[in-house]
Ligand binder design. Structure first.
Ligand code: 5AD
Ligand code: SF4
Length: 482
């Protein structure tokens, strides 16, 4: 799953008698963002209210990512700062509990407390429903490590988000439908940190989606490490896959947009491809990582498909939904990657033409087969390859955005803009779109003509951009701007 803003703090619902404060910091992917929200919901039932000021927090909760070494190491530098803060609070007579959740917690367990004694609680992603109970043990003076794979269904056991909390989070929402991975790509820690593939039940998902829409959500992104491996049974007990699930969700009145991420090429079945053809709510934007364009590297990565098979799959998806835009993930410098292998990746990117993509230097992860392979690539070569790949991907992203200038796009209005007189929405392709405040209300999907593409955003005709002194790109619609 793709990395997300590492600095996002998550608001929990207010309420409760004791009014303790919790500061939540989320690292890594969208699944962690979702999990942080669910933990915040569980904590709000225990009387915790959110704070965005870490110094005020009675409980600091770090929801961590283990996907690459850098992500994991960040946690320890953060814990160093938290240790100082805890000492300062102690001088003021205030106690502070420190909890580490997420994939570093699952992977390192007790080691975290051994390395950073400021930590009181280590809790893995499969046991979040036990968080309130674990905190009570911490309050009683214990150091707690909760990383067993729970037998009970954590989603069943976690409280539903209060309507007000959902509404505070805005008109777009994540909904985890599947967790874990059975694919065992040789670079990846996910099968070890998140365990085997597990699908949430259809009825649980449907219930949650309806509650989200009822609270004002207009766009739902279904999440899973391998979301298109989702399977379940519909109301009638008939087996369905992700395509079938999307059909059922699209029928919820008031739900305007659906997305899903992250998919594996091997799990893109006909039903799912047909959903792209048949469901106007399903946005024409697909994150479908290929990781490498070289067949021998794909084999060493255990991706279990070739570059050619990936391209033929894209042909089928594009036949179903010709305007679909693609996004992907790439790893450079996997063990054994030669110059020629890397050129295959560059060629693959040239052939596909991505609207956006994430690319990373290979980071050996303890316990994964890749870490033990021969032929590790030097940092210097990884750096050079990453720069070349990112320059190409960036050019493709810019040209995709510029190609939208003059087009009429459906935009979901999400929030007020940074400047007075502005609103910000999302294009079907996930780009932020700056709109004039007259465009509509938050939650509306409105047609907007694109005036220009600036940095990572699109600007709609009529939007005020007081911070931009660059001359607007000439376009057929530029004259209508002040
Ligand atoms: N090194 C570098 N990148 C990795 N990813 C996963 N594991 C590693 C690793 N060990 C990347 C993949 C995946 C994305 C979420 O992170 O590209 O799709
Ligand atoms: Fe990791 Fe591969 Fe599973 Fe994705 S499909 S989570 S990259 S093992």
């Amino acid at each position: 799953m793709t990395d997300f803003n590492p600095n996002e703090t998550v608001k929990a619902a207010g309420g409760g008698a004791a009014m303790r404060k919790v500061f939540v910091k989320t690292y890594g992917c969208q699944m962690n963002v979702y999990d942080s929200q669910r933990m915040s919901d569980a904590l709000s039932g225990e009387g915790f209210v959110p704070t965005e000021t870490i110094e005020d927090a009675d409980l600091v909760l770090l929801n961590t990512c283990h996907i690459r070494e850098k992500a994991a190491e960040k946690i320890y530098s953060e814990l160093g700062r938290i240790r100082d803060m805890k000492a300062e609070r102690a001088e003021r007579g205030l106690g502070t509990q420190v909890a580490v959740a997420g994939c570093v917690a699952q992977a390192e367990g007790q080691e975290i407390i051994d390395r950073a004694s400021v930590v009181d609680l280590v809790i893995g992603p499969q046991t979040y429903h036990r968080l309130p109970h674990a905190l009570k043990r911490v309050e009683a003076g214990e150091k707690v490590v909760e990383i067993d794979y729970a037998v009970e269904d954590k989603f069943e056991a976690l409280p539903n988000a209060p309507k007000k909390a959902i509404a505070n989070r805005g008109v777009t929402a994540f909904l985890t439908v599947q967790e874990g991975c059975d694919k065992f790509c040789t670079f990846c820690v996910v099968p070890y940190t998140r365990g085997a593939e597990v699908s949430r039940s259809f009825l649980q998902i449907l219930g949650e989606a309806k509650r989200l829409v009822d609270a004002g959500v207009r766009e739902i992104t279904l999440l899973g490490q391998n979301v298109n491996a989702w399977d379940g049974e519909d109301e009638a007990g008939q087996p369905i896959g992700l395509g079938g699930l999307l059909h059922r969700l699209a029928a919820i009145a008031g739900l305007k947009r659906l997305r899903y991420t992250t998919s594996h090429p091997r799990d893109m079945d006909d039903e799912l491809i047909a959903a792209h053809r048949d469901l106007p709510q399903l946005m024409p934007y697909l994150h479908l990582p290929v990781q490498s364009g070289s067949d021998s590297i794909l084999k060493a990565m255990n991706r279990r498909h070739t570059g050619e098979q990936y391209l033929r799959l894209l042909d089928r998806i594009r036949a179903a939904r010709p305007d679909i835009a693609l996004s992907g993930d790439f790893i450079v410098g996997f063990p054994g990657e030669s110059d020629a292998d890397f050129e295959d990746t560059m060629r693959m990117v040239e052939t596909v033409g991505y609207a956006s993509a994430f690319s990373f230097k290979y980071s050996p992860r303890p316990g994964t087969p890749g870490a033990e392979m021969d032929g590790h690539v030097s940092e210097a070569v990884k750096d050079e390859r990453l720069q070349r790949l990112q320059a190409l991907l960036r050019r493709q992203q810019v040209s995709f955005a510029e190609g939208l200038v003059g087009e009429l796009l459906d935009v979901l209005i999400e929030k007020p803009g940074r400047h007075a007189g502005q609103l910000v929405g999302r294009s079907p392709y996930l780009q932020p779109v700056v709109l004039p405040e007259t465009a509509g209300a938050i939650g509306d999907v409105i047609p907007a003509t694109i005036h220009s593409a600036v940095a990572n955003s699109l600007v709609a005709v009529g939007a005020l951009m007081p911070d931009l002194n660059a001359a607007p790109r000439p376009s057929p619609v530029a004259r209508t701007l002040a």
